[in-house]
Design a binder for this molecule. Structure first.
Ligand code: DON
Length: 568
């Protein structure tokens, strides 16, 4: 018997030698996140006996220090949790519109969208959710106290960390881009004397804020000196946030959306993210497809996924929004029957033009006007602990460095998440995404997101934790990692590394990353009728998978970007 397992193991090993070998492997816990310091913060907490949720809170606060482009106190995000005892939860700490927000706040007198208004400055800022979200996660699913899990972040802010190349680069362009945002340039760009890679970056103001939160919890952020400074910094740049907006903020525990793809349970984020529903609906449309005789990234493969993606994004444009304000036909969108119906006009040989794909082909739900519109930098991290508890988190300020407004004296940036609303029906936002009534601006409403923190399980046991940044491409990125692993049997590191493509219905174009579509495949796709547009910056996937060879966990940071992992 032992002899047989040795043979089997050597067989698996020789097959997997063909694939990218994982560099991160652990039996007790793995964290994969943008920065090494943030991964180490998570591992430190796990080693002290914390669970994956405790570690995730530590990683999130650490990223608020090391990754100011997206890690945050002044933004929001989503956390999907699969506890080893079977509990499943989705923590919604998405930003919310201020009480004074209204549908037409980003339109001029003639009803045209004023482009920069929802992107830079105070009006772009939604009420931040991260601090409340971390507290809720810790209270309900964590096992350690806030004062312990926040320690690594406070140390990083106080003592500093070595600036990596990508951060120095971002600070460099921020210096020019954030002209007029003095506090932002003072903190992150040393007022023009920009940081070099390898310098130590200390953030005493941020350390002070983190300590206040550590000591007082939500009250340390949503009331008192931090809250007052937040309001006055946003007002200085035209914002209408009030103290009441901050005290009104609550994070929610929601039921994750659950699907099934080829025997795997898919657990993901429900509205106000569109991610989980769109992901499961695309997987449902793909399930009847046979990928066995289809070459990876052949014209046929790309056609199959593009057609599925177009249909799901068409539905997203009309049927997804904050469920507390709009009735999302969730059950229908998640059903296999609906997926079958949605694909009746699919033909493996032809392109269905986006103009002939209408959102949700259902008379009962028709009659809603089409409206429509969603830059770059969000961050995803994945955590697993020795008990098998798994946490998948995507968090953001929306665009890199958010609204560019830094809270004076407290060292953290505010989001520009208001741009994720549909400023006007049918007009694309900064991600080219179309929105309608479901995602129109209303006071205290949460803007629709594409963030897709996801966990896959088999027979109740977690096998994959995955997610990505990338605006509208997030959902198709997660879809492709799953497609690569399940249908093309790629090991997780390969599934993450390989290039990606994306179709979002409008514009009617396939976007593709470097190397995703070969020149001769492009010829075939164009002959079918597709328009192709190259695109850089496909989200950084940070995944963890159950290892098939040794039984522990493999961390798979995206090697196309500067991402990291740690394990023990
Ligand atoms: O919630 C969303 O879908 C967007 N605010 C995410 C923004 C994003 O991913 C930017 N970049 N990588």
């Amino acid at each position: 018997m032992k002899f047989m397992s040795v043979i089997l193991l050597s067989l698996i090993i020789s097959i997997s030698a063909l694939a990218t070998q994982p560099s991160i492997y652990g039996e007790n816990g793995v964290v994969v996140a943008h920065d090494l310091e943030a991964c180490e913060a998570g591992i430190e907490i796990l080693k002290k006996g914390g669970n994956a949720v405790d570690a995730a809170v530590a990683v999130s606060y650490a990223l608020a220090v090391t990754h100011p482009q997206a890690g945050n106190l002044g933004g929001g995000g989503f956390m999907v949790i699969h506890m080893a005892d079977g509990q499943k939860a989705a923590i919604d700490y998405r930003e919310m519109a201020p009480g004074q927000a209204h549908r037409d706040m980003f339109l001029d007198d003639s009803g045209k969208v004023v482009p920069q208004l929802s992107i830079r400055g105070g009006l772009a800022v939604g009420v931040p959710g991260t601090v409340a979200g971390m507290q809720l996660a810790l209270d309900k699913y964590g096992s350690m106290q806030r004062k312990h899990v926040m320690k690594p972040a406070i140390k990083l802010a106080k003592k500093g960390f070595t600036i990596p190349y990508d951060l120095a680069y971002s600070f460099g362009w921020l210096n020019k881009a954030a002209e007029g945002f003095d506090e932002t340039r003072r903190i992150f760009c040393r007022e023009g004397e920009i940081y070099m890679p390898g310098e130590i970056f200390k953030q005493p103001d941020l350390a002070k804020t983190l300590k206040l939160i550590q000591r007082k919890g939500n009250a340390g952020f949503y009331t008192g000196s931090v809250a007052e400074a937040l309001i006055s910094s946003s007002s200085k740049y035209g914002g209408k946030l009030k103290l009441k907006d901050l005290t009104n903020y609550t994070a929610h525990i929601r039921k994750p959306v659950i699907g099934n793809y080829r025997g795997l349970e898919v657990l993901s984020m429900p509205p106000p993210s569109s991610g989980g529903i769109a992901l499961i609906s695309m997987l449902n449309m793909m399930e009847p497809m046979n990928f066995d005789s289809v070459g990876w990234h052949s014209a046929q493969h790309i056609q199959m996924l593009a057609e599925v993606e177009k249909r799901a994004y068409a539905d997203r444009s009309v049927w997804l929004g904050d469920p507390d304000y709009f009735t999302v036909p969730q059950e229908k969108l998640l059903s296999k029957e609906y997926a079958t119906l949605r694909m009746v006009d699919y033909d493996s040989l032809i392109v269905t033009p986006s103009d002939s794909i209408y959102p949700l082909n259902d008379k009962d739900l028709a009659g809603i006007e089409l409206a429509g519109h969603e830059s770059e930098e969000t961050t995803h991290f994945s955590v697993v602990d020795k008990w098998g508890n798994a946490v998948s988190v995507t968090t953001t300020l929306n665009w890199s460095f958010g609204s560019y407004v830094t809270v004076k004296g407290f060292g953290f940036l505010l989001n520009n998440e208001m741009d994720d609303f549909s400023s006007k029906p049918g007009e694309p936002n900064s991600f080219g995404l179309i929105g309608n009534k479901a995602n129109a601006i209303e006071p205290k409403k949460r803007m629709l997101s594409s963030m897709t923190p996801t966990i896959l399980a088999k027979d109740g046991k977690v096998v994959l934790i995955v997610g990505a940044p990338g605006g509208s491409t997030i959902i198709t990125t997660v879809l492709q990692v799953i497609n690569n692993m399940v249908d093309f049997e790629m090991p997780v590191q390969d599934a993450v590394n390989v290039p990606r493509f994306h179709h979002q219905w409008r514009p009617d174009v396939i976007h593709y990353g470097p190397g995703a579509i070969s020149p001769d495949t492009a010829v075939l796709l164009k002959a079918m009728g597709y328009e192709l547009t190259p695109r850089y910056g496909y989200g950084e996937v940070n995944a963890i998978a159950r290892d098939q060879v040794f039984g522990g966990w493999v961390g798979a940071p995206d090697l196309k970007t500067a991402s990291h992992g740690a394990a023990y």
